[in-house]
Design a protein around this ligand. Sequence first.
Ligand SMILES: C[S@@+](CC[C@H](N)C(=O)[O-])C[C@H]1O[C@@H](n2cnc3c(N)ncnc32)[C@H](O)[C@@H]1O
Length: 276
Amino acid sequence: MNQEKQIDAEKQMALVRDRFTRTAGVFADYVLKERVFEAERLLRLAAPRGTERTIDVACGPATLARIFAPHVRWIAGLDFTPAMLERARREAAERNLANFSAIRSNLLRMPFRDATFDLVVTSYSIHHLPDAAAAIAEISRVLKRGGKFALLDMIVSEDAKIARACNELEIVRDASHTRALPVSEFEKLLAACGLRIVQREIIEHPRHFDQWMRTAGSKRGDKEYEATRKLLEDSMRDDTAGLHPKFFDGPSHGAADERPDIELTHTALYFAAEKQ
Ligand SMILES: C[S@@+](CC[C@H](N)C(=O)[O-])C[C@H]1O[C@@H](n2cnc3c(N)ncnc32)[C@H](O)[C@@H]1O
């Protein structure tokens, strides 16, 4: 890693830690309630047998780990934001998950030998990293031959202009967003690391703008809220950011002004890949 990249990586880690410390409560409450079906969908694709030594990297509040735990031998949850790991431990304790342990580490340099795990899982992490290729290479390194890597993340259009507009909007909403990838880039990165996709699904996830902003820590009137809303509204006519936004035709409970909420759609990639 050259000096410039190193500085970027350090800055990125600070941004991520700050974002997920500041929003730990609201973010964890949301994902632990709303990402159950997503985690179960990924579990079906990964299809563990019950014997796997598993790790959920960038686990947040154990969003995937708590769903995978009953189906694998043991599962570690790795994250570098202490507030997230604290919530993950609490979640595992409340569910009596005796086979879960939390590990504080950077996923780009994991403290494990090569070929330690049978299964590596991750959700909504790649678009927060400074270097997606390095992350996938590190995941592949700790995976055994024949082991599986199961991922769920938002993706962007194959059209570079739409992809750029989407990533720019995401960064205005949340400075810790780096870059969401198109499917073709995931495919190239996986192939370069000897990972062969065996199961794959692409699913649309509709969501409400106000709630999406709340999980990033901002509300109506805040600078980030207003700037992101403007970009999203500007993208509406020709769907220039690929988020299919439209004004929500219904009440906006508890909103600070009369403007309607906006519905938008994220597209998510789910896959299970096998290490060759
Ligand atoms: C959007 S959250 C996703 C959390 C969880 N996987 C989920 O789907 O709800 C991103 C998580 O990645 C963690 N993270 C980001 N970069 C990381 C890195 N380099 N090493 C370890 N954790 C990281 C953050 O602390 C945060 O908990």
